[in-house]
Design a protein around this ligand. Structure first.
Ligand code: SAH
Length: 407
C-alpha cells in the first residue's frame, strides 16, 4: 500500500463517499493517520477500518480530500492518471465525430470531477491544449499530466491558465504560462461547427472561449434559418463577448445582430470574428455599455427585437449571493420580455451553479408576470456534451437556459 496517509471518516458521514460524491469536507473527518503532505494520495477509511475510497489530500482546503477511486485495487500511480485522461478524451464521441467529418478543432477534453479527474480542465484549441489546475492535487501533478497529454494527443503546446479565484480556496496563487511545447500564437483560429473564431488563450475568459455554449449557439443560430422573414429579423445579443452567438445568428440568415458588452476589447474581437466569417459589420452593431442600462434605453426608445439573447456572467459566485443575483437575472429578463416583438424569442441563460434550474425558471417566470407578456418554453438548454455532468456530482451542472417564445 503506497498511500501516504489514512483519513478516517466520522461514523455516519461515510454515506456521501459510498455514493461516490468526490468531495470529503473537513467536518466529515474523524482523524488523519500518518502525515500526508498536501497533494499526496491518501486512503479513506470508515471508523471500523473498512476501505471507502482513495483520493488526494489538501490540508489547506475545506475540501480536504478529492476522491479518485472507490476500488481498493485501483492504485493512483501515473498509469492511473493516464487511464483517466484517455477515458475522458476517447469519450468525446460527438466531438470526435465532428472532427472526423469536418474541420472542427475546439472542445473541452477533460471536465474535472465529472470526468473522474477532480480539479483538472483540459480544453483543445486547434493544435494547442489549455489546462486549468483548480486544486493543489492537480497543481503538483501538472507537469506529469501535461506529459501524458502531450503523449496522447501530440499538441503543438500545452498552456496553463490557472488564473481562477477558486485556487485561493486551495491555498494556491494564480499561474499562467507554457508547460510544454511551443508558445501559442497571440490568437488561435479555431473552427467550431464550421464557424471560425479567434481565441486569445492567454487573456480570454475561462481558457479563451465559452466552449460550454457550443450546442446552444448552434440551436439559437439556426432559429430563423427556415423562416421566410429571416432576412428581416433583428437579434439583440446581450453580453456578446467575442461574438459567438452573433456569428451563428448571421449564419442563420438574420438581417442584423446588435452586440452589447461592457468590454471594448471583447467587442473589437467580436467584430473581427464576424468579419472572419464573411459578414459585413457596421459600427452601430457594436454597443459598448452596461446591459442593464442599454436595455433600459432601448425600452425607453420603444425599440423591439425578434430575438434577445441574455448570456450574462456568473451573477452568484456562492449561495450567499443567490438573492442579489436573482434580482439581477429578473431585471434583465423583465427588460428582455418587454423588448421582444410578439412571436419573438428569448434565449436566456444563467451559468451560476448556485442558481438551480428550477430557481432560474421561477425567476424568468417572475420577470414574465411583471412584464405583462405571455411566453412558452420551447426548449431547455444546458452545457454542451463535452461538459458532461457525473450523476454522482450534480454540482457539475452549472449552465442552464430557456428558449422562450414570447407574445
Ligand atoms: N455569449 C458569449 C459569452 C458571454 S460572457 C459567448 O457565447 O461567447 C459574458 C460577457 O458579459 C463578457 O464578455 C463580459 O465582458 C460581459 N459583461 C459582464 N457584465 C456586463 C454588463 N453589466 N454589461 C455588459 N456586458 C457585461
Amino acid at each position: 500500500m503506497s498511500d501516504q496517509g489514512v483519513v478516517v471518516i466520522r461514523a455516519g458521514r461515510e454515506k456521501a463517499i459510498r455514493r461516490r460524491h468526490p468531495w470529503v469536507f473537513s467536518g466529515a473527518i474523524a482523524r488523519v493517520e500518518g502525515s500526508p503532505a498536501d497533494g499526496d494520495i491518501v486512503t479513506v477509511r470508515g471508523e471500523s477500518g473498512e476501505f471507502l475510497a482513495r483520493g488526494y489530500w489538501n490540508s489547506r482546503s475545506l475540501i480536504r480530500v478529492r476522491l479518485l477511486a472507490w476500488d481498493e485495487d485501483e492504485v493512483c500511480d501515473t498509469a492511473f492518471w493516464e487511464r483517466r485522461l484517455k477515458r475522458a478524451i476517447d469519450a468525446r464521441h460527438v466531438e470526435n465525430r465532428i472532427y472526423r467529418h469536418g474541420t472542427a478543432n475546439a472542445c473541452r477534453l477533460v471536465n474535472a470531477e465529472s470526468d473522474g479527474i477532480p480539479g483538472l480542465v483540459v480544453d483543445r484549441y486547434g493544435d494547442w491544449l489549455v489546462i486549468q489546475a483548480l486544486t493543489l492535487g492537480i497543481d503538483v501533478r501538472k507537469m506529469m499530466l501535461a506529459d501524458v497529454l502531450a503523449e496522447l494527443l501530440n499538441p503543438a503546446g500545452v498552456y496553463e491558465r490557472s488564473d481562477v479565484d477558486i485556487r485561493q480556496k486551495e491555498g494556491l496563487p494564480s499561474h499562467t504560462g507554457l508547460l510544454r511545447g511551443q508558445e501559442p500564437p497571440d490568437l488561435i483560429e479555431i473552427d467550431e461547427n464550421g464557424r471560425r473564431f479567434l481565441v486569445d488563450v492567454r487573456t480570454g475568459h475561462k481558457t479563451g472561449f465559452y466552449l460550454d455554449q457550443r450546442a446552444n449557439r448552434a440551436t439559437i443560430g439556426d432559429w430563423f434559418r427556415w423562416d421566410e422573414k429571416s432576412d428581416q429579423r433583428v437579434v439583440l445579443n446581450a453580453f456578446a463577448y467575442t461574438g459567438g452567438f452573433a456569428v451563428y445568428a448571421l449564419g442563420g440568415l438574420v438581417q442584423r445582430v446588435i452586440n452589447v458588452d461592457s468590454s471594448a476589447d471583447a467587442l473589437a474581437m467580436a467584430r473581427r470574428n464576424i468579419a472572419l466569417n464573411g459578414y459585413d459589420t457596421s459600427d452601430e452593431d457594436f454597443v459598448e455599455g452596461d446591459v442593464f442600462q442599454v436595455l433600459r434605453a432601448y425600452r425607453d426608445a420603444g425599440q423591439s427585437f425578434d430575438m434577445v439573447i441574455l448570456d450574462p456572467p456568473k451573477f452568484a459566485q456562492s449561495a450567499r449571493q443567490v438573492e442579489r443575483a436573482s434580482r439581477g437575472y429578473k431585471d434583465i429578463n423583465l427588460l428582455a420580455f418587454r423588448l421582444l416583438k410578439p412571436g419573438g424569442v428569448l434565449a436566456t441563460f444563467s451559468c451560476s451553479g448556485a442558481i438551480s434550474e428550477d430557481l432560474f425558471q421561477k425567476i424568468v417566470f417572475g420577470a414574465l408576470i411583471d412584464s405583462g407578456r405571455d411566453a412558452q418554453i420551447i426548449q431547455r438548454l444546458g452545457q454542451s456534451s463535452d461538459h458532461p455532468v457525473a450523476l454522482t456530482f450534480p454540482e457539475g451542472a452549472y449552465l442552464k437556459g430557456l428558449l422562450c417564445r414570447v407574445w
